[in-house]
Design a protein. Structure first.
Length: 393
């Protein structure tokens, strides 16, 4: 199995005393990455052990007392510190206490590398007691570069968002981009060559794993949670939680609670408006994007080629968001909109602005003059399906 781009950062952190905590959506490859890290550490001659808390016997023991760990793993000593890989830490009743206890009592014996499926568990169970004791790494679905790597087209990776795309590779890169736009970056989906099986895999991810987030969060209406995801996938523009709640016959607070689960399960991201006036920014409605294009298209029930789709502009905008998210913190990604409806799709790190249109016919220069007048120091660049691969990041 190919290694993810996050591998080197995780591997470098294994030498640190802090707990290495790997989080991300279900089925993005955390377990595979954990085992690859263990193999690399073993290759260097270090003492390692791997356990998964999907094992009910291990879970029962560790819920009794953290020291029960030493009934599960081989003997450890100060001379050869063990690198302990723990998969699915969120299944513990109190994972925060477990990790804090072993960090404080046994950091000379154990270096812990840990995965957790959903970040809302981190919010609820990983309290301030872990401050300074952990570093969190987030594993998303595959980026376009990783998509090419997993499909054994490594010779193309150097041209992704490099600022130039040689003509000899242009048609092949466009074909690969088209596939990524429709089926996204879940590893299982990317590695499957049959299009029908790709769609079946996305259905399984939705029905079995996305819905599991709602069930484990004890949401009152898991079916409404799935309907809300469909609404988010199918609409573009500002998100009005009160209006959406009325359509689903639930109150605004329930919508907000469900959005929190979606966000903390890594399925949805909330992009805030850009303004130099913070109080204005906080009063404005956000925009929402799904973090994986394949999952978006599954909820849209639309796997048609992008050129024939009515939502092609929205789909390309969602791709641009995911592209920026692969390179910038979410807080650095904003959009700009006035009360009169003038809008720019993305303001990145307060340094660059981008408007995403499927083709040049959709871009009217005059519509963006107000933004240029208000923020002359932020250059605005239109991006189209034809040139988005050449965007330099």
């Amino acid at each position: 199995m190919e290694k993810r781009s996050l591998f080197d950062k995780l591997n470098a952190h294994i030498s640190k005393k802090q707990i290495t905590l790997l989080i991300g959506a279900r089925q993005v490859g955390k377990t595979t990455l954990l085992k690859q890290l263990q193999t690399e550490v073993q290759r260097l001659g270090k003492n390692t052990h791997y356990i998964t808390l999907e094992n009910p016997q291990y879970l029962e023991l560790l819920n009794e007392h953290p020291d029960k760990l030493f009934e599960i793993i081989p003997p450890v000593n100060d001379e050869k510190r063990m690198v302990l890989f723990i998969d699915e830490i969120q299944y513990l009743n109190d994972p925060s206490n477990f990790l804090k206890y072993h960090y404080d009592e046994h950091q000379n014996l154990l270096k812990m590398v840990v995965t957790g499926s959903s970040a809302f568990y981190i919010d609820d169970k990983f309290k301030d007691s872990l401050a300074g004791r952990k570093r969190i790494f987030t594993l998303p679905t595959l980026s376009l570069s990783e998509f090419l790597q997993f499909q054994n087209r490594k010779e193309l990776i150097q041209f992704v968002n490099s600022g130039s795309l040689p003509l000899v590779h242009k048609s092949e890169m466009e074909r690969k981009l088209n596939e990524y736009l429709i089926y996204g970056g879940y590893p299982e989906v990317v590695l499957e060559s049959n299009l029908g099986e790709k769609q079946a895999a996305l259905k399984e991810i939705s029905d079995s794993y996305v819905k599991k987030d709602a069930l484990e969060a004890n949401l009152k209406f898991p079916d409404v949670y799935m309907k809300l995801l469909t609404i988010i996938a199918s609409q573009s523009g500002l998100f009005n939680s009160r209006e959406v709640g009325n359509n689903l016959k639930i109150d605004r607070m329930t919508v907000e609670a469900y959005l929190k689960v979606m966000r903390k399960s890594f399925h949805v991201s909330i992009v805030k408006p850009y303004s130099r006036n913070l109080s204005k920014e906080l009063r404005k409605m956000p925009k929402l994007y799904l973090n994986d294009l394949g999952l978006r298209n599954y909820f849209m029930n639309n796997f048609s080629p992008i050129a024939s789709r009515e939502d092609r502009g929205d789909l390309l905008e969602n791709y641009a968001f995911r592209l920026f998210l692969d390179h910038y913190p979410l807080d650095d990604i904003k959009f700009w909109r006035t009360q009169k409806g003038q809008e720019v799709d993305f303001i990145i790190a307060e340094k660059n602005a981008y408007e995403i249109k499927y083709d040049q016919k959709g871009y009217d220069v005059s519509k963006y003059q107000h933004f240029k007048d208000q923020y002359p120091e932020i250059p605005l660049t239109p991006m189209y399906k034809s040139n988005i691969l050449e965007l330099s990041i």
